[in-house]
Design a protein. Structure first.
Length: 287
């Protein structure tokens, strides 16, 4: 068994004085100043990414955006008013470690759950907006996510306003079991009532959107937009290939593949998203 034990390596400074001198001469680089692009592998100054819509300045690859960053890029400054900020998930199934996971995610992301909802303006046009955030448990859909989105849709219906939902999710939240799956029906029913009122719903799918979110409100938009090269699907590629005993195309479950097959209406670059949404709202008579 000793063959499989990982060796522990450590370094010992030549002497204490030398070590201290080296530390004093080292430049102070704050954590998080540089980021690595998952597409091209280059190390990039974070400020460059932030000023470029969270897009790699070398290869054009997309970094994921937080809910706050997305809202700032879409909504007119100072117009967004959030709904249900204090809504926090419980642990209805007493799932081991779930409570601690929620607290950890809240501290890390700065939000209370996987979606931020509210009312604001896009180039002067009123909209109700919901933005999922992958920083909170990979944007998984639990009872709070479903309830916040449902209430946002119902507010839009009552106010006769359009709804825009940005999706980014790993699917239903396993720690809440059937309660998370019930959110698929609840959000879909709210969108049905919104549609019957003759109101507009735009779904914007970002990377990744999978599982129960894809199977419900992400797919129900009157207009479905997507960011370039976003992963969109229900089950994973490996599960599907094992089930159907076939090799899937390399581009399978990308926004480009789904556009070609009629699931997505248009792929929109991030820097063009606000203007595209504004045009669509104007074409549908939204004010």
């Amino acid at each position: 068994m000793g063959l499989f034990k990982k060796k522990k390596y450590f370094t010992v400074p030549m002497n204490v004085e030398t070590s201290k001198a080296e530390e004093e001469n080292q430049p102070a680089i704050p954590d998080g100043m540089w980021v690595k692009c998952n597409s091209c592998g280059k190390i990039i100054y974070k400020k460059e990414i932030d000023e470029n819509h969270k897009i790699c300045t070398h290869c054009g690859g997309y970094f994921r955006m937080s809910a706050d960053e997305r809202i700032a890029s879409i909504m007119d400054r100072g117009t967004f008013k959030e709904f249900n900020y204090g809504m926090i998930a419980k642990n209805p199934l007493n799932f081991p470690g779930y409570k601690d996971k929620l607290i950890e995610s809240q501290e890390k992301s700065g939000i209370t759950d996987g979606v931020t909802t509210g009312l604001g303006k896009v180039n002067g046009k009123n909209v109700v907006l919901a933005v999922m955030d992958s920083n909170f448990m990979m944007g998984s859909m639990g009872s709070v996510v479903g309830e916040k989105i449902t209430q946002a849709i119902e507010i839009a219906t009552a106010r006769k306003e359009p709804v825009i939902i940005f999706t980014c999710s790993g699917g239903a939240r396993m720690q809440e079991g059937i309660l998370s799956l019930m959110q698929m029906a609840k959000t879909s029913a709210a969108l049905k009532r919104h549609d019957e009122a003759g109101l507009l719903y735009i779904s914007v799918i970002t990377d990744p959107t999978t599982g129960g979110v894809t199977a419900s409100y992400a797919s129900l938009g009157d207009i479905i937009l997507a960011e370039p090269k976003a992963l969109i699907g229900f089950a994973g590629r490996r599960v599907i290939e094992q089930t159907i005993k076939q090799k899937l195309p390399d581009e399978f479950q990308t926004s480009e593949f789904l556009l070609e097959h009629g699931f997505v209406d248009k792929i929109v670059k991030r820097e063009e998203m606000k203007e595209t949404l504004s045009v669509l709202l104007s074409l549908h008579g939204c004010k």
